[in-house]
Write a protein that binds this ligand. Structure first.
Ligand code: MV4
Length: 490
């Protein structure tokens, strides 16, 4: 493998290319007209333009990407996350063109891309699943009867779903039909597949996911968990590894379950098995993500493993160089996603230029980003500017470093979620590990940041006054008569 094309943009394209370079491989960047001056383009050994800014005309144009691969003698494609990364048809086309797709095989992606197919696939392996049905609803009356048996509240989910689309909570029998119709229409509109099914609604779950890694020779390991419960409208904001609440016993059980999920579909490459955890620490398999995830750095920080390097090695046919027993958790890592969004104004996208952009530095501080000072954040794509990650010997130290790193991250020209990060990392529920997926909804109001900022401003003003008074004292003429200058004058 001599040349890899990275079919992505921004921080993840750059992050992947850094590992590609470290491994002595050539990189090819692709870019849209909006990203011509991006760091991922200048970093790459070669770069080609895909077209107009809109994703459909650029980063989603699989045919054009494959054509460029042939033209430039590219050996493999790394899809990153989002865009084409979980598109089984694209993965198949890449393989058919004689190019290596750095990721799982198309068939594993297809199975795990459908929640119903995934349930069907893992069924025989004793993986804990939320009580529910594992077939698409066909008969409303039958489904309603099942809902009664499971017990309300229940959740209707789209098989093809993602990001909460096509998901409806039903509290009581009388609402069932209406909510089901809504879920079906939404699923059809969003995914072109109206298959829905029902599950018991876990009311206050935590989102815990396990990183897995599998080579082409049947070796599958897990790299422990990430806790991703701090999210807003299905957009994760803070992640950490390990989880603050898992015991070694539960971690082992979840890890083994995740490995079985991967084995069930002959999974290869990196993947993530998502679980819900209820307030009694019962965990249930939700779905598998067949890509490198945004939050992968927290796992890298606690395991010392470069996940992109492992993906590339697996793709070029190497065996895993370690076993489960070789893996251990070292310390704790937390990640904040820094978005160009205004936390004081309902997280509205914040448009502007990065007039100041100074990154924090230090031991155990990692910033994965794809922009530089003076750049604008394009409106066409995800508004994430950077991922700020800190690592410490324990959770307290990781959080402490994070709070310092947020203070030292100077971004001017637009609003970001940095102040929201401070809110989370200073919140006593977060510090105590007592939170679930409703944390933001339950604890956050913009007033809390505003009050804090006002208190800080007042403190700063007082410090200013104190300093000023001290200066006055220093400047005040003292004991003129006794200075030697005076004596000489006299
Ligand atoms: C659930 C659930 C409660 N009970 N399933 C949201 C997106 C999709 N990945 C699955 N999701 C959920 N499934 C049952 N049976 C609650 C959620 C959920 C959620 C899950 C993880 C992280 C954030 C979430 C926010 C709202 C709902």
């Amino acid at each position: 493998m001599k040349k890899i094309l990275v079919a992505n943009r921004g921080e993840i394209a750059l992050r992947i290319m850094r590992t590609i370079r470290k491994m002595g491989i050539q990189s090819v960047a692709v870019f849209s007209e909006a990203d011509r001056n991006s760091p991922h383009v200048s970093f790459a050994d070669e770069a080609v333009c895909l077209g107009a800014p809109a994703s459909a005309s650029s980063y989603l144009n699989g045919d054009k990407i494959i054509a460029y691969c042939k033209e430039l003698a590219v050996d493999a494609i790394h899809p990153g996350y989002g865009f084409l990364s979980e598109n089984a048809d694209f993965a198949r086309q890449v393989e058919e063109a004689g190019i290596t797709f750095i990721g799982p095989r198309a068939e594993a992606m297809r199975v795990m891309g459908s929640k119903l197919a995934a349930k069907e696939c893992v069924k025989q392996y004793n993986i804990p699943m939320v009580p529910g049905i594992d077939k698409a609803i066909e008969d409303v009356a039958v489904a309603k009867e099942t809902a009664r048996q499971i017990g309300y509240p229940i959740l209707i989910k789209a098989s093809a779903g993602g990001g909460g689309k096509g998901m409806r909570i039903v509290e009581k029998d009388a609402d069932f039909e209406e909510q089901m119709q809504r879920a079906i229409s939404e699923a059809e509109a969003s995914f072109g597949d109206g298959s829905v099914f029902i599950e018991k609604y876990v009311t206050s779950p935590r989102h815990v996911e396990i990183q897995v890694l599998a080579d082409n020779y049947g070796n599958t390991v897990h790299l422990f968990e990430r806790e991703c419960s701090i999210q807003r409208r299905h957009q994760k904001v803070v992640e950490e590894a390990p989880s603050a609440i898992l015991t070694p016993e539960i971690r082992k059980k979840m890890g083994e379950a995740a490995v079985m999920v991967a084995r069930s579909c002959n999974y290869t490459s990196t993947g993530t098995v998502e679980f819900l955890m209820d307030d009694k620490m019962n965990f249930y398999f939700l779905e598998m993500n067949t890509r490198l995830q945004v939050e992968h750095p927290v796992t890298e920080m606690i395991t010392g493993i470069d996940l992109v390097e492992e993906q590339i090695k697996i793709a070029r046919g190497e065996k895993l160089s370690f076993t489960q027993d070789d893996l251990a958790i070292n310390g704790h890592a937390v990640e904040l996603r820094v978005y160009a969004e205004d936390p004081l104004n309902n997280f509205l996208p914040s448009i502007g230029t990065l007039s100041t952009y100074i990154k924090p530095q230090g031991e155990g501080v990692r910033v994965d980003d794809g922009y530089e000072e003076g750049m604008q954040i394009p409106i066409y794509y995800d508004p994430m500017i950077a991922k700020l990650v800190t690592h410490g010997k324990d959770r307290t130290e990781a959080i402490q470093k994070m709070k310092m790193a947020i203070k030292n991250f100077k971004i001017e020209g637009l609003s970001t979620t940095l102040p929201f990060g401070t809110f989370v990392f200073e919140h006593e529920a977060f510090i105590r590990g007592k939170f679930d997926t409703h944390f933001v909804k339950n604890h956050y109001t913009p007033e809390l940041i505003k009050e804090k900022q006002k208190a800080n401003a007042e403190a700063a003003a007082l410090i200013g006054v104190k300093y000023w008074l001290e200066q006055q004292k220093i400047l005040k003429p003292v004991e003129h008569k006794t200075t030697s200058w005076k004596r000489r004058l006299a």
